[in-house]
Design a protein around this ligand. Structure first.
Ligand code: 1JT
Length: 255
């Protein structure tokens, strides 16, 4: 079968380790023929991302902290050799650990703003930096979670940040649509990533999901990645401003 992303260049932010959803997406994009550019947040993650990028044949690997405008200003130089950028995957979030366990009402101003800056505003900053490079149109996508619209125990400040992120997807889709740039979010069901494991309660969610989910199993990073391929490819050309659930059907349930 023809490769779905042949001739396309994709920037993927948020690979931290082999469990990262961003890494599953990078693998799927390579399988479909895209040139893949990976970023790492800082020196601490550099070696790990370089090793993972080497394994999949990433075209470029560079430092990009999405909270630093000067790092985002490097994008034009990094993609210059490819002529244009076609897809961006934003798979970045952060909150203080204490804000993912104590009652939401106790969230500090600093903790709230940190989660918003890293997890929601960063999509706006990335889209603004990437859009001028998407000369043949493009697809920008981010990762979200059901805690944006429902109260999921302990998700707390991240739920509020994901609500802002999903609203940003809609406003960005409207702004960038005239340039044929689509903006969407993938809402992944619970998966065993390193960030998820840092969180109290994810273990029991993963244990209970196979009995409750309509598809009667847990979610697999590879199926999140295949939806990202669809959104980045021309198959997704009519889809913008959406939140697509890749969660084995869990979001349908009322109780
Ligand atoms: C972050 C973390 C963002 C974990 C995340 C996340 N988006 C989804 N998850 C997994 C998760 C987290 C919680 C949860 C269910 C799933 C951790 C680091 C900060 C960013 O609650 C039951 C809290």
């Amino acid at each position: 079968m023809a490769q779905l992303l042949e001739g396309k260049t994709a920037l993927i932010l948020g690979v931290a380790n082999k469990w990262s959803l961003a890494y599953a997406i990078a693998q799927a994009f390579r399988r479909e023929g895209a040139a893949v550019l990976l970023t790492y947040q800082n020196e601490r993650l550099k070696a790990a991302v370089e090793e993972l990028g080497g394994e999949i044949g990433a075209a470029r690997i560079f430092e990009c902290d999405v909270t630093k405008d000067e790092d985002l200003a490097k994008l034009p130089a990094e993609i210059a050799e490819f002529g244009k950028l076609d897809a961006v995957v934003h798979s970045v979030a952060f909150a203080n650990r204490e804000d993912l366990s104590r009652p939401f009402v106790e969230t500090s101003r600093a903790g709230f703003l940190l989660a918003q800056d890293v997890s929601a505003y960063s999509l706006v900053a990335v889209a603004r930096a990437a859009a001028p490079l998407m000369k043949a149109g493009g697809s920008i996508m981010t990762l979200t979670y059901l805690g944006s619209t429902r109260v999921v125990p302990n998700y707390n400040v991240m739920g509020v940040a994901k609500a802002a992120l999903e609203a940003a997807v809609r406003y960005l889709a409207n702004d960038l649509g005239p340039s044929n740039i689509r903006v969407n979010a993938i809402s992944a069901g619970p998966v065993k990533t390193a960030s998820a494991r840092a969180v109290k309660g994810i273990g029991s969610m993963l244990e209970e999901a196979p009995a409750r989910a309509p598809l009667r199993r847990n979610c697999d990073p590879a199926e999140v990645a295949d939806t990202a391929v669809f959104l980045a490819s021309d198959l997704g050309r009519g889809v913008t401003g959406n939140v697509i659930f890749v969660d084995a059907g869990l979001q349908l349930l009322g109780a």
